[in-house]
Design a protein around this ligand. Structure first.
Ligand SMILES: Cc1ncc(COP(=O)(O)O)c(C=O)c1O
Length: 403
């Protein structure tokens, strides 16, 4: 099946590399306090399958759900292309269901899509976006009643063999996660099934020793990347004054049709196991530090944007059990605010390449919803710098800035 994508191509803008890593780096070893934290969490050690990324875990789940050229996947309209890629690689149809402004699935839209699908719907993917774990029991029932396999997407939740964020992994026949997004490993996707029998006979190929060495080097290089300093905060006003005088160079907005998976999904990596070093890091890093620092940094962001114009946080409350992946911030004027943040080398992610759907929220969030880092290895200076940059940029009046 070919899908239409709306794509933002940033190449004309020449954005610099982000000055702060979007994902964690370094190594904070587990301590005795971790042991206390983990006492009440079931250890799933030795269960499931390790892949290099969550997308390949999803691929295996889709395949085992029976997805092929004769079936269809229901997937969220707001998505990263790697959530759809594995289904497209299998030749399946992908039908995008509508989400509300909180990114919760719309049950009415699901009914309509399932009824109208030209091919039998074999699997449904539902995501706990940004670590905010949802009660998907109704969706589990909905799938069960229709003979559809529920694939639970825990890519944005802390979900590993050692620790599962509360509520995550409770619903899916298959549960796919991306531990490398939470802990400082070079790679790491994990596929878990509460009924281990459904993963029976699955095998992955171990990584080569050269790949292991490269992975270790990648982790060491990331840990050594220079940090921002208080002087960088002082420099922001001057940098912004220069930027605001220039006419911003817009990126290219394109509509592209793609007959199959994107280049971010490599067929030869489908059965490759995660690096041994990644599994070791994921198994020995401090979970407690990850949870505490992420929550503290999320709250810091919340506080920083409370009275900021031109934006609002997607989730203005942080429930105690949530381990946030990123801080999702809605901005009213991507041009020029997103552009300026990127020019300042602030690490901003956005899903600006997305398959086109009938969902107005997905269409809106594609350019307006920023994903800002809140991970545990951000230093105080890095948080201060990002908070200052976002504050200064979003306070700049748009019309004045474009003069
Ligand atoms: C919600 C979600 N699910 C799945 C994936 C695929 O994860 P990975 O990057 O581990 O392949 C992503 C990728 O960013 C994602 O954001």
């Amino acid at each position: 099946m070919s899908l239409d994508y709306q794509v933002f191509d940033p190449s004309p803008c020449s954005f610099p590399r982000p000055r702060v890593p979007v994902l964690p780096r370094g190594f904070a070893p587990a301590s005795t306090e971790d042991a206390a934290l983990l006492r009440d969490v079931p250890s799933l050690s030795g269960q499931g399958l390790h892949f290099t990324r969550g997308r390949y875990a999803l691929g295996e789940a889709y395949r085992r759900a029976g997805l092929d050229g004769y079936g269809a996947l229901l997937a969220p309209a707001y998505h990263c292309v790697t959530m759809l890629d594995p289904a497209l690689a299998l030749g399946a149809d992908v039908l995008l269901y509508t989400l509300d402004s909180d990114l919760a699935p719309d049950p009415v839209a699901l009914d309509v899509l399932a009824e109208r699908s030209a091919k039998p719907v074999k699997a449904l993917l539902a995501t706990h976006f940004f670590g905010f774990v949802r009660d998907f029991s109704w969706l589990k029932q909905w799938c069960y009643a229709r003979g559809i396999v529920f694939v639970e997407d825990c890519s944005h939740t802390l979900f590993t063999e050692r620790y599962q964020a509360k509520g995550a992994g409770w619903y899916g026949r298959f549960v796919a996660s991306s531990p490398y997004k939470f802990l400082p490993s070079a790679d790491g996707g994990w596929l878990y099934a509460p009924d281990a029998a459904v993963l029976a006979s699955a095998v992955t190929q171990p990584a080569s020793w050269l790949a292991e060495l490269r992975g270790m080097k990648q982790c060491l290089d990331a840990a050594r990347q220079p940090r921002v300093s208080p002087a960088d905060i002082t420099a922001l006003d001057r940098q912004l004054a220069v930027l605001a005088k220039r006419t911003p160079v817009a990126g290219d907005e394109q509509r592209r049709q793609r007959p199959a998976q994107s280049s971010q999904y490599q067929l030869e990596a489908e059965r490759r196991a995660a690096l041994r070093s990644s599994r070791w890091l994921i198994g020995h890093s401090s979970i407690r530090a990850a949870i505490q620092r992420r929550q503290a940094n999320y709250r810091r962001w919340l506080q920083a944007v409370t009275s900021l114009p031109n934006c609002h946080p997607l989730y203005p409350e942080l429930p105690e059990q949530v381990v946030p992946y990123m801080f999702p911030l809605y901005i009213a004027h991507p041009m020029p605010h997103f552009y300026w943040l990127k020019q300042l080398a602030v690490p901003v992610w956005r899903w600006d390449e997305m398959a086109v759907s009938a969902c107005p929220v997905a269409a809106d969030y594609r350019l307006h919803l920023l994903h800002l880092p809140c991970h545990q290895s951000l230093s105080d200076d890095e948080m201060d710098w990002m908070v200052a940059a976002v504050g200064k940029v979003l306070r700049l009046p748009v019309a004045g800035a474009l003069r």
